[in-house]
Design a protein around this ligand. Sequence first.
Ligand code: MTE
Ligand code: MO
Length: 436
Amino acid sequence: MDKLNRIHTSAEFRRRLVERGATNDDLRRFDAFVSRRGFLGASGAALLSALGADAAFEGLFGRGLLPMAMADAPASSDVDGKPGMILHVTHPVSGEFPPHMLDDDITPTQRHYVRNNGGIPDRATSGDTRGWQLTIDGEVESPLSLSFDELRAMPSVTMPLLIECAGNGRAFFDPPVRGNPWQHGAIACSEWTGVRLRDLLHRAKLKPSAKHTAHFGDDPPLGQAEPFSRGIPIDKAMEEHTLVAFAMNGKPLSPLNGFPVRLVVPGWVGSSSQKWLNRIWIRDREHDSQKMTGYSYRIPKAPVAPGSRPRKEDMQIVTSVLVKSMITRPGPDTISKAGQAIDVAGHAWAGDRGIAKVLVSADYGVHWIETKLTPPPNPYAWSRFEARLRIQQSGYHEIWARAFDEAGDAQPFRQPWNPKGYIGNVIHRVPIHIET
Ligand SMILES: Nc1nc2c(c(=O)[nH]1)N[C@H]1C(S)=C(S)[C@@H](COP(=O)(O)O)O[C@H]1N2
Ligand SMILES: [Mo]
């Protein structure tokens, strides 16, 4: 603690952060923390206890690893049917839930995040399926138009499936990028009931020229924007877990999550899962809407320097999400006793791949312990991990989780950068305070 007592001013602490390679994001958070709470006020004392960890002086708090306690707590705001949602934008509605509210293996509808690019269709708010039709046309022998009842009469399946927004984790990109500052919660694993898309495509009889789907929905675009539309390769459309869903957790879909019918294309970025679906156009080439081209839902083919602007030709479409985990227990600001058991739990997923293992650490990644992993009921639901930890030293600590997928990829300690902040999968860190 000796070294600690020599730091008396925020400017001095800031200088140390810079010396140790703090990122702009660290410095911004630090400045916000100081202006919000004062360096030596009551929370200043908490900050100083945070510095009790030798890690601070070994340089571990630099390089993007500033204590999570300094992160801004996001405001939550109530939207109809989604109590406690952290709202990023009201028009169009976009909001997420904090990890400790996402502990369930099956995410309740009221905690399924919402990402809208446009308005909410009248039909969704009124809950009326009359006159709704799903059309499948383009490169097919027998174009189809089905009513809601006709769709529901087809053989259907029910299973938990993950939907994660491409921008989930964008808040951790440094330098910051434009777009909703999603933290961890733009993901959910609800139980979906629907008709396999491949059954519909069989019925419509794909022509040999069929290469790609193009999806359309009822939602009115904002301003002059083109209606939100994306598509997937035929192989992914024919995957047995790709559904045209008409029920969510045993009930009709919620208005915000796509009533009456949406696509669920699990494992791939959420934008593939068209809400308020009304048409699937089968194309002989990759779909070329606004949201399929330029920089939309695209990442550089090769890693780029943070802050740079690669050429459009050097970008590629994002498909599967990456290996990732989220700690749902303990929650934030947990206080525990030295040496007492702390039960840690959460979820892990890896898009098209399976999870091999999840490790947790309570000492800034010096030691890791293996967790008990419960495999998912299908390859596109999340795995649960559980572990019991004990922390002997009092003061501020963090619990970290790191997932590994079947191919050996693991979550990074610092977020690799891309211009739109897509498929972020930096390790999740949860602060915990230990008292003697
Ligand atoms: N018609 C339509 N479908 C859409 C969107 C949209 O704005 N309009 N947003 C997409 C995006 S970017 C995501 S991440 C998911 C979000 O699904 P959710 O709101 O049910 O969580 O829906 C996708 N489907
Ligand atoms: Mo998204």
